[in-house]
Design a protein around this ligand. Sequence first.
Ligand code: URP
Ligand code: ZN
Ligand code: ZN
Length: 471
Amino acid sequence: MKRLIKNGTVVEATGRRVADVLIEDGKICAVGQGLSADGITEVIDATGRYVLPGGIDVHTHFNIDVGIARSCDDFFSGTRAAACGGTTTIVDHMGFGPAGCSLHHQLEVYHQSAAGKAVVDYSFHGVIQHVDEAILDEMASMVTEQGISSFKFYLTYGHKLNDADALRAMARLRTVSALAAVHPENDAAIVFRREQLVAAGQTTPMDHARSRPLECEAEAIASMINLAHLAGDAPLYIVHLSNGLGLDYTRLARGAGRAVWVETCPQYLLLDELNYLREDGLKFILSPPLRPHTELDKLWVGLADGSIDTVATDHCTFPYHQRQEMAQGDFTRCPNGLPGVENRMALLFSEGVMKGRITLERFVELTSTLPAKLFGLWPRKGHFGVGADADIVIFDPSRRYTVRHCDLHDNADYSPYEGMQCQGMPVTTLSRGEIVAHEGQFTGHAGAGKFLHRQPFDHELLRQHRSFVPA
Ligand code: URP
Ligand code: ZN
Ligand code: ZN
């Protein structure tokens, strides 16, 4: 099966050109001007459109059991929504398993959860919910045999790690060439504030934000930066950054040559804490919470100046009706997380590229190229090199539309972005050369997505990409 995408503007992190893209057997076969259409099964006219590497969302939670509830997007509906939004690869964060379970146990659970369901390619981040010799010893085989080269641990929630365990985990992850991803929020500070609020009967959605102000997050980021250094300069990835103070700590660390990588999410770029004052404020409960409006601008500066490396979604869907039923007016009983996997590419394109805050090349770097390099998917994903997977999204920059949940493909009953005006639409998505979404319609099928055996974390590849990384 041969496809030819004609006359589009092909954009990579390194530049753009008007060119054709030839696809054969799911791979990029050639990129150049005036490629012949002889023997081509299908020609896609991309005149006036941008042809970009498919999006890579490295932070989703499909079908996750968070103890009090299970997120309602599974690997079918979640990847279907991803495909319709121009995302062709997801790396999902495994949830916690039974107390004391092994790393491989959760991997097996997740393989079963995704197999036969995913419509685009996928992988998982390991989850470290406790640390002992057996867990440390499993890490090497998770990387080399299972292709899992990043692991997340939490500093709050039920299975949080203490400093001693975080140090041991990061030291071993470094030696097995894996990336340590951390949910940074200081648990003691959150508990301290939450107890005071609850005792005073303050349990509204806005009290959720008051219970974990940005200092809780920034403190944990600073702490992890220093612990990663003390663990032997373990590479560190900060997930879902929401504020400028935390960003400043990562800038300082990078200035000192520390390998610290930073992810933010559309909700922290576009939504502020005033949403908690809405009648339906429960729709916005997530952790870290939405921040004061001044923080949004600081993150946009970080996107533009290169201090932030990836934009992912943290897609974790709990319907509004479920939130209301469970919370009963008390934020502490509401499951945390927002949907958004289908909106990421379009929102960042519209608010970032079309409003002149970031270049198209930077858009590609944030949404695809750096995620690929950080998470062991390069050179298979994230660019248009010959031999790479033909994961492609075609954007029409002239389309204007309004986000409506009824047009989305997840299992939520709302969108946090409802009513937002967008310019620039992902009109066609190809996964390994097959059209999986077109004009807002899903055209793929369950089980077409393949598990990606990821490469170990490649320090040298990242050093070539970013100057702050030490040799
Ligand atoms: O509130 C959130 N973000 N829920 C998903 C789990 C996590 O912390 O990433
Ligand atoms: Zn988290
Ligand atoms: Zn998350």
